[in-house]
Design a binder for this molecule. Structure first.
Ligand code: CA
Length: 261
């Protein structure tokens, strides 16, 4: 299985949305971030604010209500959902940010990370919020605590003292999830302790879009892994891992968080 191999039909959501640009703001540790719930990340070129959690369904709903933005999944009329029964990614009609598993399943909880958002959707949200997506390098700067911990936000051990500190898949993917971390699927944000710099869920739960592109294919780098990542497959929750995903992909294990400079 490779999420990058999913074929998502072309076409752009013809949405119009409000455009608040970061403008002239220059972020410093003493400055006010554009919204509450952001943490300061030191970096060699001056630092930036970063959302302490992945953008939630409730936050994305505010954006939709304020702008009338139409996501690419809504425009296409379907989106990608992983089926444990089929052990494959399937196109599901009317799956979207509000109903990430499709209209016949439960809606997303307000405190879940929003999913079924394309790169365009994520950047539209970010612009509306006066923010932007992090580059892969910025994401890594934040996730590794300034390079101190290169494998996991908390250090080099996957399970310090045997404890799960992120939401992923235990056991052989995609056959059996042993749910040793307590979450059989997506989890609401803040279910695990934050990293030293205050970021939650930077490893696991949902993959996160970055602003970095693989030039040859125009795909975007995604980071952090998800509840579908296991040591038997992609190990995406290891900070050194990444995947490349088509920009118009909507998937029920892919979300984002923003930064502000
Ligand atoms: Ca899990």
């Amino acid at each position: 299985m490779s999420i990058a191999k999913l074929i998502f039909l072309g076409g752009l959501a013809g949405a119009v949305f409000c455009c608040e640009s970061p403008a002239d703001r220059v972020a410093t540790p003493e400055s006010e971030p554009p919204t509450a719930g952001m943490v300061w990340i030191e970096s060699p070129d001056g630092g930036f604010w970063m959302d302490e959690t992945e953008v939630t369904t409730a936050q994305f709903a505010e954006f939709i209500a304020a702008t009338g933005y139409r996501t690419e999944a809504d425009s296409f009329g379907w989106s990608g959902v992983f089926s444990k029964e089929e052990q494959a990614w399937l196109p599901v009609d009317s799956a979207n940010w509000k109903y990430p598993l499709g209209p016949d399943a439960a809606p997303a909880l307000p405190a879940q990370p929003v999913t079924q958002v394309s790169y365009r959707d994520a950047t539209a949200y970010a612009r509306w919020a006066g923010k932007q997506l992090p580059t892969e390098e910025e994401w890594m700067q934040a996730a590794t605590q300034g390079g101190k911990h290169t494998a996991f936000p908390w250090g080099s051990e996957m399970l310090p003292d045997g404890e799960y500190l992120g939401n992923w898949w235990q056991g052989p993917f995609p056959y059996a999830d042993e749910v040793s971390d307590g979450f059989p699927g997506i989890a609401e944000v803040r279910q695990f302790p934050p990293a030293e710099n205050g970021l939650y869920d930077i490893s696991g739960n949902v993959w996160e879009w970055t602003a970095t592109e693989r030039t040859a294919t125009k795909e975007s780098v995604i980071k952090g892994g998800s509840f579908l990542c296991s040591t038997s497959y992609c190990t995406g929750f290891d900070l050194q891992q990444k995947q490349f995903t088509a920009k118009d992909s909507g998937l029920n294990h892919l979300g984002f968080r923003c930064i502000a400079k």
